[in-house]
Write a protein that binds this ligand. Structure first.
Ligand code: 48F
Length: 259
């Protein structure tokens, strides 16, 4: 096996996959639990979906569990998703389940990729694309370029919908308010910012906060609570998974309507 064959195999297959996803139904920023769950349900339903993740590995906050104790807690409402992902759960007390954070994120990744979604790591979303009053895609650069502050222009991908799954920072929403003005569907039009920890309320509110906040831009996961000013919740993850699933359902409804 010669080294150039190895190089050609990597470059050709990567580029082919990437080029096929320059135009998609849904492009997602962030491969944490909410973004991956959204991608999983979208791809499972037949949507063409791509996820861009800034870090070397997907997973976001999940591998770290709670304060690096790599266990996560799931309540009854989110259990069916982990059952579907074939993650082993132990019932800690009635309605409270514990899972291995690494098993959970690995299963989520594998299932998401096998349903047909593509995840590209080490790529940062640095801007959104806009046409008239609608977000129409994402603007990308290598994370290494961003981190080393090199002056390199980005490239762009087009999609019918984009999902902001960038956690507390809600980066896409902040780009919109910074560049277009206070035009989100929050009361002020701005990102309200997450509130201090209150797991029960945060978990309840995350589902209703998961929605289209600007034409073409949906928000899910911790970003949804940050945008609408709801509490954070720590290492309980049912809400993240349910929020990703909800974002997928909303996109699928809209895609069906617009088809
Ligand atoms: O942080 P993250 O796991 O967000 P989430 O899906 O889940 C939140 C939980 O992990 C936890 C919690 C549980 O109650 O509160 O915090 O809402 O995953 C977000 C991912 O987005 C990536 C980031 O590296 C992380 O993996 N990300 C953030 N900004 C960008 C990005 C960006 N501009 N471009 C690409 N990826």
């Amino acid at each position: 096996m010669d080294e150039v064959t190895i190089s050609r195999a990597i470059l050709e297959t990567y580029t082919k996959d990437f080029v096929e996803r320059l135009d998609t139904d849904v492009a997602i920023a962030g491969a944490g639990p909410s973004g991956l769950t959204a991608a999983y349900y979208l791809a499972q339903a037949g949507a063409k979906v791509v996820v861009f993740e800034r870090q070397l590995c997907p997973g976001g906050g999940m591998p770290g569990g709670g304060m690096m104790f790599n266990r996560i807690v799931i309540q009854e409402e989110g259990k069916h998703i982990l059952d579907e992902l074939e993650v082993h759960l132990s019932e800690y007390q009635e309605g409270v389940y514990v899972a291995d954070a690494l098993e959970t994120i690995s299963s989520l990744c594998v299932k998401t990729i096998r349903t047909g979604a593509k995840i590209f790591n080490l790529i940062s979303v640095e801007d959104v694309m806009i046409r008239e009053d609608r977000i129409t895609g994402l603007v990308l650069n290598w994370s290494s370029v961003v981190w080393s502050k090199l002056h390199v222009d980005p490239i762009a991908v087009r999609s019918k919908f984009v999902i902001d799954a960038t956690r507390h920072d809600s980066e896409l929403c902040r780009i919109v308010t910074r560049k277009i003005g206070p035009r989100l569907i929050t009361e002020s039009g701005e990102v309200v910012g997450e509130q201090p920890m209150w797991a029960e309320v945060g978990e309840q509110e995350i589902i209703k906060n998961t929605k289209e906040v600007y034409p073409g831009l949906l928000v899910c996961g911790m970003a949804a609570n940050a945008v609408f000013g709801s509490p954070r919740m720590g290492a309980i993850f049912g809400g993240m998974l349910l929020s990703g699933k909800r974002a997928a359902e909303l996109c699928l409804n809209k895609l069906r309507i617009s088809k």
